[in-house]
Write a new protein. Structure first.
Length: 79
């Protein structure tokens, strides 16, 4: 069973609307190699019509989801 805070994180991340197709490559980058995200990546999303709020919400949701996915894997290894 998760800690109540983790349950809330899962719920919050799951409640974000699906990402626009234009954000797919960017969100994959956030998920797999966030350290390479640049201002240019964000600017490209704005040029594609995404708002700063939408970019922020999608970024946070993907980062939380990936962090929780990795936590779940680590917990399985420890068992």
């Amino acid at each position: 069973m998760d800690h109540p805070g983790l349950d809330q994180l899962r719920s919050n991340a799951a409640s974000v609307p699906p990402a626009p197709a234009a954000a797919a490559t960017y969100l994959d980058k956030v998920r797999t190699r966030a350290y390479t995200v640049t201002d240019r990546d964000v600017e490209a999303l704005k040029e594609a019509g995404l708002s700063e709020d939408e970019i922020f919400e999608q970024t946070v949701a993907v980062a939380i989801g990936e962090g929780l996915r990795r936590l779940d894997i680590a917990r399985q290894v420890v068992r």
